[in-house]
Design a protein. Structure first.
Length: 254
């Protein structure tokens, strides 16, 4: 793990070197309460089984990276898509397969769909969101209650230096009354690289309508992996299936 100053912010970065030549970099973009540490062993397993360089970073406000002032704007993911360009420049990344989870998938969609992702060769979108769904918003409200009334804050504080920034920035943006209108479908037609969609069938934060919308609107070829289960993080609950799908997907995009 290292800390890199990017656009004036100290950013926590994990970089695992490639073991095979001429492979793209797998760039991991974490979920709304994630960070480098919360990927656990997944980056190392990806590196071992693909031979690719794997890079993960904690966005501003998460992990050991510098915080972002509260409150976060409703379009905070758009801001992180812009910051992604600075990350690519600072780390010298050129050939990239983005692996985005939840918020990270949305950030990848914004960056790819607004043509701000130079060197992008493919997208892996795990449990992605392109519009809001009421039951997903309800789950986020429940998380807010748990943060106030249970040990959730203490558990998250093991991973986030400024835990209130990480949680409240995410939670308060998603539960703002104006966030209901948030929608990324307009970015999809400009995405012409191959896309792998991954989700558990009964994800509490989003239905398979999210995958349907992406598949119907992107310009590039799409593969889907829908797994049995009711979780939001298949890379944690079913890592073998997710890694195997990514390995197979990379073979089709070479």
């Amino acid at each position: 793990m290292e800390t890199v100053t990017i656009a004036g912010a100290r950013i926590e970065v994990l970089r695992i070197p490639a073991s095979l030549p001429d492979r793209p970099t797998l760039l991991l973009l974490h979920e709304g309460l994630g960070c480098v540490a919360l990927w656990k062993r997944f980056p190392h397993r990806l590196a071992d089984e693909t031979g690719c360089e794997v890079v993960a970073y904690s966005r501003r406000g998460y992990g050991m990276s510098d915080p972002l002032p509260l409150p976060w704007p409703i379009l905070y993911m758009h801001g992180e898509a812009e910051f992604l360009s600075d990350v690519l420049d600072a780390l010298g990344l050129e050939r990239i397969v983005a692996v985005g989870h939840s918020d990270g998938a949305s950030i990848a969609i914004i960056a790819a769909g607004s043509r701000r992702f130079p060197g992008l060769e493919a997208l892996v979108l795990e449990s992605p969101h392109v519009f809001t769904e009421e039951h997903g918003l309800t789950e986020i409200r429940k998380a807010g209650i748990a943060y106030r009334e249970t040990d959730l804050r203490d558990r998250l504080a093991q991973y986030h230096d400024k835990v209130d920034v990480a949680f409240l920035g995410w939670h308060d943006a998603w539960t703002h009354s104006a966030f209901v209108a948030w929608n990324l479908e307009g970015f999809l037609p400009a995405i012409d690289v191959p896309v792998l969609l991954v989700q558990e069938a009964d994800d509490p934060y989003g239905t398979l309508a999210q995958l349907d919308a992406i598949e119907a609107r992107v310009a590039g070829p799409v593969e889907r992996l829908v797994l049995a289960g009711d979780g939001h993080s298949p890379h944690r609950s079913q890592p073998g299936a997710v890694v195997a799908a990514i390995v197979g997907f990379l073979e089709t995009t070479e």
